[in-house]
Design a binder for this molecule. Structure first.
Ligand SMILES: [Zn+2]
Length: 225
């Protein structure tokens, strides 16, 4: 858990030290417990369709956001296979979901989470455990930006401790096993957080390049204003 993973080194290399260190040092979530959250998490474990997972997952996100005092976060569950990349016939990289948030006057506002409901190659429905873990993973990115007010949300040991803290509070600690960090490379690549728009961070700045706008439109299924 301690010790620098290659990923951590990558992040530390080009991130303000404070964001990385702060992410690493916080191992719990500041929130008030909500009685509905546990039952929603358990109900989610019984659903498999994209529509039901989206509806109940959204209700869970709303409760979590309310309990932690965060702005809303919208969930989209796509009945599509996970985005992935192969090299020489082998699965090299895949991602279960993405997170992004809108920025306004230097503050994280509305967040968006997108999760693919089918596995990359065999196109089977995600197991309930993996789905719930992914949802909590992406929500902790939302917490990092909107709650901790970090300007990045790196996959530090503290980040994974926060996921475990949420899972344990919800009574589903088994979805977030310890020492996940070591296996992160193939499961949650560094780019599961879409960077905020440069022109929203820097008033008067230029629009992001077209390839970034296209990528975001492809991920979230809508054109940016
Ligand atoms: Zn992530």
């Amino acid at each position: 858990m301690n010790g620098a993973t290659p990923l951590a080194v990558t992040y530390a290399g080009h991130m303000a030290r404070s964001a990385y260190e702060r992410s690493k040092s916080v191992e719990s979530i500041a929130w008030k417990e909500h009685p509905l959250a546990r039952s929603l998490a358990l109900r989610l474990l019984e659903e498999s369709s994209g529509g039901a997972r989206q509806a109940i997952g959204q209700a869970l996100l709303d409760v979590l956001d309310d309990a932690a005092g965060l702005p809303p976060c919208k969930l989209t569950v796509a009945d599509r296979p996970q985005r992935h990349r192969k090299r020489e016939g082998r699965l090299e990289m895949k991602t279960y979901g993405y997170y992004r948030c809108d920025w306004d006057a230097g503050e994280a506002r509305r967040g968006s989470i997108r999760i693919y409901n089918l596995t990359a190659i065999r196109q089977q429905i995600l197991s309930p455990k993996v789905f719930l873990e992914t949802l909590l993973h992406e929500w902790v990115h939302h917490y990092d930006f909107a709650g901790l007010r970090l300007d990045r949300s790196p996959h530090t040991s503290g980040f994974f401790a926060r996921i475990r803290a949420v899972a344990e509070t919800l009574g589903v600690g088994f979805v977030a096993p310890p020492k996940r960090e070591a296996s992160i490379g193939s499961l949650h690549p560094v780019d599961d957080v879409v960077p905020p728009w440069p022109n929203r961070l820097r008033p008067g700045g230029t629009d992001p390049p077209k390839w970034i706008r296209d990528q975001i439109a492809a991920l979230f299924g809508r054109k940016e204003p």
